[in-house]
Design a protein around this ligand. Structure first.
Ligand code: NI
Length: 148
């Protein structure tokens, strides 16, 4: 009975079971510069929020680096005459292509946005293939968000 009782948490603890408070040591100049930038950008209302985002950025980069399942967006500018080649490449990666939007920019140029999901190496391979028939391509990397 005593064992059971000691496992029960107090109301204050149970409020934040999925959050853990940590303390970290930083060089004063590093902290000062960090806080200065946060103030200038005005994106964050507190340091914890900024640090949480930095940790998430790191975790997303690691997911891509270690070939985990990821989500991304490809935006690529191409000549209309390459549309058939692009469709063929997309069919070759049909398991990774979630959705594509095609915009006719003018008589000759097109821009496409493709949302992708799959192993990082497969997504990178798809991006490289599309890039080879595009004028310009950008790959935005994000996560499935399943782990954090
Ligand atoms: Ni077009």
């Amino acid at each position: 009975m005593d064992g059971l009782k000691s496992q029960q948490s107090t109301p204050a603890e149970s409020k934040s079971t999925d959050t853990e408070r940590i303390s970290i040591s930083l060089k004063k100049t590093l902290l000062k510069e960090f806080e200065k930038k946060i103030d200038q950008n005005g994106t964050y209302s507190n340091r914890s929020e900024a640090i949480r985002d930095l940790i998430r950025d790191y975790l997303v980069k690691e997911e891509w680096k270690t070939n985990e399942e990821v989500v991304g967006a490809l935006i690529y500018l191409h000549d209309h005459h390459e549309t058939e080649a692009i469709t063929k490449i997309q069919h070759g990666h049909h398991a990774n292509v979630l959705s594509t939007m095609h915009i006719h920019l003018d008589e000759r140029l097109c821009v496409e946005v493709t949302i992708v999901r799959g192993r990082a190496h497969d997504i990178q391979e798809l991006a490289d293939r599309l890039k080879s028939v595009s004028k310009h391509l950008e790959l935005a990397m994000t996560s499935t968000g399943m782990k954090f």
